[in-house]
Design a protein. Structure first.
Length: 268
């Protein structure tokens, strides 16, 4: 027990069930002494088990559609009331592609689906930070983290337009992170996580192949959801006060590999 987040207050977006990275982060944050508000879209809350997590972490739930500025304003205002002050950390763990869900190939998308996907997966991060920024809702040296994936930089064909969404998300983190750092001393980073068998990730075609390939490519193996939660807690803590505008690869070394012996053996 390190109490890295003792006295800190935060909002965690996107926990659905025990497989969610956001779920693991909430558990770890609670263990490290933080007070939390949990949030997800109303439709996701009907599909998930958020009440169980709230009870486990002694947290309150505020439903919010992260694409709605009005919902986000309500979320931030009520969170500060519940938590008794400004926010120290926020996790954005939201991603969705309608094209993927509907089986639309990247070369033949429905562009209404594309627009919905980047609104949910990326623009929601801008809207969230915009509300936090304009309401001056974050404490100095606070930390905002969003989850991403390396398809933002490299081609993973079946990841479809989620790759574009993640590239957009990472750009927003850098651009808004500059203003948040300059004006409020708040840091903004993204974590580029190993392929992880969450409910959202498992919906991508060939996902089991992704995981097996990455495991063989990574010298340390894939990072689990629990590993990602630990890393996220370190970014919420005061130990990383000068880390901002970074896309931080948390993938067992995969992102710097060209090829591994284990992969080569498959072709020899």
């Amino acid at each position: 027990m390190y109490n890295l987040l003792k006295g800190k207050k935060g909002i965690i977006f996107g926990a659905l069930n025990e497989h969610s990275i956001a779920w693991k982060v909430a558990e770890k944050a609670h263990e490290q002494g933080a007070e939390l508000v949990l949030t997800n879209a109303p439709i996701a809350m009907r599909m998930g088990e958020l009440d169980t997590l709230a009870e486990k972490t002694n947290s309150q739930i505020i439903p919010a559609d992260a694409t709605s500025v009005e919902d986000l304003e309500n979320l931030v205002e009520k969170s500060m009331e519940i938590l008794g002050g400004k926010i120290d950390f926020v996790l954005h763990s939201i991603g969705m592609s309608v094209n993927v869900r509907k089986g639309k190939h990247y070369t033949d998308p429905k562009y209404d689906f594309t627009t919905k996907g980047w609104d949910v997966s990326a623009v929601s991060f801008h809207k969230t930070m915009n509300v936090l920024y304009n309401k001056n809702a974050m404490n100095q040296w606070g930390s905002i983290v969003a989850l991403t994936y390396m398809a933002a930089q490299r081609v993973f064909p079946d990841y479809n337009d989620m790759a574009d969404n993640k590239a957009y998300l990472e750009s927003i983190a850098r651009s808004f992170g500059y203003f948040f750092g300059r004006d409020h001393k708040v840091r903004v980073n993204t974590i580029s996580q190993s392929p992880t068998p969450t409910t959202a990730g498992s919906g991508v075609k060939g996902f089991d192949g992704f995981i097996a390939y990455a495991e063989k490519m990574s010298p340390l193996g894939n990072a689990t959801a629990a590993d990602c939660a630990d890393y996220t807690i370190s970014l919420f803590s005061d130990l990383t006060k000068k880390v901002t505008l970074q896309n931080l690869f948390h993938d067992g070394g995969f992102s710097n590999m060209g090829v591994s012996d284990a992969v080569m053996e498959k072709f020899e």
